[in-house]
Ligand binder design. Structure first.
Ligand SMILES: *Cc1c(COP(=O)(O)O)cnc(C)c1O
Length: 419
């Protein structure tokens, strides 16, 4: 459920007409609903209320400061994958004790920064990384808390680009090698192994892979305990899917019902790293039709948003529903490609989509764009990045201003010899 609904034929976000917002802020723009964000976070967090747990919002799905502050106020931690995300999390007020740090390529500056701020733990993806963390912690006279990220070799049955838990994946340590890695870790003076971690992929629409992967992890935890490991955290990652078109992913409660009985008696804190399921359907991208064009073989709707603003269709062939901001129930429908102004054939928001007739000046809402939307945007074609807006009831809050042409060249320089 989300708060982008029609009232008398006009699309609203909560109590704000999208058409009015578009007039004020301009297009393209991202719009997030405060009510949807809050409800999604609470539904997820609440589903696990029976067991000790920490929800660490996966910041890479949406790292806007304003949105993160909302998550932090709701009690969320943060799952980070870079020093930049750590910086943002701290600026947004996420307590370091609720921050976990994943990623195969953490560099020494990032490791030092995370140790300085005393985050909860690193999710470690290789023995080389274990050694690097140990060295940096030694230099600082610290002990680093870590979880071993286990690759359970479970097929999440999702898009290959967002599947992370298979043998061939670059992520994590295989279950077979995990005991050896643990032995290494416990021999390192500046490492304390406190948990195990897994994250098998994104946009999962079935609980079975979650449960299968968790069972593998728990079998490993048993063995670790035999080696007198003090495992206090079990991190099951993120990946719960959302409805983009007709998927019927499990609800957070269904995930909780499947997971809770398996971990209830372990005296461990369960960590989860949801991203998409919290923010995906809480955001849309609003764009205006610039032109329509009758090609030789196709009809095109040319809009002012492009692949640099929302790359998921181009990158993954992802489907995003596109709705008219003003409903036109009697309009003729056409099969169209919705494309942007970027000079690439791969620049499209929808292909062969049946849509009501769209005319120049019409506003369209690209739905389910709250996750992996703005965060993946770029300045390609020297297009300023678009604003982000949070709507709360009848209020419009710009939480990121539209970039200017000056922003585009910030930090660039013409070398003296060319002056
Ligand atoms: C991307 C990622 C997540 C979040 O995935 P969603 O599908 O957005 O829930 C969580 N944990 C890790 C380690 C990730 O890389």
């Amino acid at each position: 459920m989300h708060d982008f609904q029609y009232r008398h034929g006009d699309l609203y976000c909560e109590d704000v007409a999208i058409s009015r917002l578009a007039k004020e802020v301009g297009t393209p723009c991202y719009i997030y609903s405060h009510a949807t964000l809050t409800r999604h976070f609470r539904a997820f967090d609440g589903a696990f209320q029976g067991i000790p747990h920490l929800v660490a919002f996966a910041m890479k799905s949406n790292s806007n400061l304003g949105l993160l502050r909302l998550m932090a106020k709701e009690g969320s931690g943060a799952d980070i994958v870079s020093g930049g995300e750590l910086y943002r999390a701290l600026k947004a007020g996420v307590p370091p004790a609720k921050i976990v740090f994943a990623g195969v390529g953490k560099n020494r500056e990032e490791i030092r920064y995370a140790l300085e701020t005393d985050i909860l733990m690193f999710n470690v993806e290789s023995s080389a990384e274990l050694r690097a963390i140990d060295e940096v912690a030694a230099e600082m006279g610290r002990k680093a808390r870590v979880a071993l990220r286990i690759n359970p070799d479970i097929d999440p049955k999702t898009h290959p680009y967002i599947s992370t838990g298979l043998k061939k994946s670059k992520f994590g340590i295989s279950a077979e090698r995990a005991l050896d890695e643990y032995k290494l870790a416990s021999s390192l003076k500046h490492i304390e192994v406190v948990g195990v971690h897994k994250h098998i992929g994104s946009q999962l629409t079935d609980v079975t892979p979650f449960v299968d992967a968790l069972k593998k992890i728990l079998a490993l935890v048993e063995k670790l305990k035999e080696q007198s490991a003090n495992i206090r955290y079990i991190n099951i990652g993120g990946g719960l899917g959302i409805t983009y078109s007709d998927e019927a992913p499990p609800r957070p409660q269904q995930l909780a019902d499947a997971v809770s009985p398996l971990v209830r008696d372990l005296k461990c804190v369960l960590i989860m790293e949801p991203g998409r399921v919290i923010v995906g359907n809480a955001g849309i991208l609003v764009t205006r039709v610039l032109y329509t064009k009758e090609g030789e073989a196709k009809r095109f709707v040319i809009v002012d948003a492009a692949m640099n603003d929302l790359i998921r269709p181009s990158l993954y062939g992802a489907y995003h529903e596109i709705k008219p901001v003003r409903e036109t129930p009697h309009a003729k429908t056409h099969v169209v490609d919705v494309v942007g102004p970027v000079c690439e054939s791969g620049d499209f928001l929808a292909k062969d989509r049946t849509m009501p007739d769209a005319r120049a000046g019409d506003l369209l809402a690209v739905m389910s764009a709250g996750a992996y939307g703005f965060v993946m945007s770029s300045n390609y074609n020297s297009r300023p990045r678009v604003p982000e807006v949070m709507v709360k009831g009848g209020e419009i809050h710009v939480i990121r201003a539209r970039e200017t042409y000056d922003d585009l060249i910030r930090g660039e320089a013409i070398p003296d010899f060319l002056k």
